[in-house]
Design a protein around this ligand. Structure first.
Ligand code: SAH
Length: 348
């Protein structure tokens, strides 16, 4: 068995390992190594962000999607998905409610729904920014043209989340239908960066066919791209998806990777994701204790929350709900962290 402590020290001081070293760190992990890695990651996180936790109000604007990603519950090929789309008014009133609760970032996420043209999104972004000039708006609406990303940035969008899903081309092709391309996903990320967005990439932990080498490639990609944000959460099967019978990813590996990512890129905005909160009742706390510094409670109108079902049993109530911010605050305080009211931009 390899002694991982020197590798962890090297990662903490140099911010990178070789491909082979990442594979070793993943394959030979032990609870002791995970605890030490977590300690180093938390120390780095505290040096950059103290004990603060940034919150984002997540508004799931539409579950209508033209894509057929094999893992996803809202894929176009799922005939049992009960489809909805929020109106501009719905979205503005969610933002207004979130503002009162103390949210200063709104994340608009959805399927690739053709209704959301540049024109409609421009009007929406201008309205949000006019009502809440002190807030950041993050978009997570999938792949669009460079011109579209540019137009939305000019209209006021500050950040864009587009998980790369996997940095290994052959793995990407196993998770997506043939009309979705690895090259396009990566070129979208580069366009977003060049336009001036704060950009988020990310991947699922334990997705079907994922190997330690694939994860090592993801970590190398994160080290090269240096995203402002990075969303990782366990893969969770959806009963009506192609991958219904694959096992879910684990809390343990997700937390281990959160710690590694913090050490690779100390300023990264790293959420303890909804998927982590779904597979474990204390998933968010475990994520924060591994080096994450962001939580994204659900701010969608309650009537649609159960419909944005990316995977089985996705949580949307309790501390996952924006309306339960007090509970989230209490839970974070219990582990020594403080939820703050702030835009929470990346520290450069
Ligand atoms: N259409 C947007 C938003 C996608 S949903 C886009 O393309 O970016 C946000 C993320 O949920 C996805 O990027 C994916 O990584 C994750 N996701 C989808 N299905 C999942 C599943 N079954 N388990 C865990 N995460 C999933």
């Amino acid at each position: 068995m390899a002694d991982l402590f020197p590798l962890i020290d090297k990662l903490a001081t140099e911010g990178r390992l070789s491909h082979g070293e990442y594979v070793t760190l993943i394959n030979e992990r032990t609870p002791e190594a995970a605890a030490y890695l977590g300690e180093r990651a938390v120390a780095v996180r505290k040096a950059v962000y103290g004990n603060t936790v940034y919150i984002r109000g997540l508004i799931e604007v539409s579950n209508i999607c033209k894509n057929d990603c094999l893992y996803c519950g809202i894929r176009v090929g799922n005939p049992h998905c009960d489809r909805y789309r929020l109106t501009e008014e719905d979205i503005l009133s969610s933002c207004a409610e979130g503002y009162v609760l103390g949210f200063r970032t709104f994340v608009l996420q959805g399927g690739e729904d053709g209704h959301f043209t540049d024109q409609r999104l421009t009007s929406l972004l201008r309205a949000i920014k006019a009502a809440h000039p002190d807030c950041a708006v993050t978009l997570s609406l999938g792949e669009r043209s460079r011109e579209s990303y540019h137009t939305l940035f000019e209209a006021g969008a500050d950040r864009y989340l587009l998980r790369h899903e996997t940095a290994t081309r052959s793995h990407y092709e196993k998770l997506h239908p043939a009309n979705l391309s690895f090259d396009n996903r990566m070129s979208c990320l580069r366009d977003l960066r060049e336009i001036g967005y704060q950009v988020g990439c990310g991947f699922m932990v334990g997705s079907p066919y994922q190997t330690a080498k694939d994860i090592a490639r993801d970590l190398e990609f994160i080290g090269e791209f240096k995203p402002d944000m990075c969303g990782i959460g366990p893969f969770i099967p959806h009963k009506e998806s192609v991958f219904a019978d694959f096992p879910a990813g684990t809390v343990e590996l997700t937390c281990y990777l959160l710690s590694i990512i913090r050490l690779i890129h100390p300023p990264v905005l790293l959420p303890a994701t909804t998927a982590l909160g779904t597979i474990h009742p204390e998933g968010r706390e475990l994520g924060i204790l591994s080096g994450a510094n962001v939580v994204m409670p659900n701010l969608s109108p309650p009537s649609v929350r159960k419909k944005y079902m990316l995977y089985n049993d996705k949580v949307s109530d309790g501390a996952e709900s924006a309306q339960s911010k007090a509970e989230l605050q209490r839970r974070m305080a219990t582990i020594g962290y403080e939820v703050v009211t702030a835009r929470g931009d990346v520290k450069k």
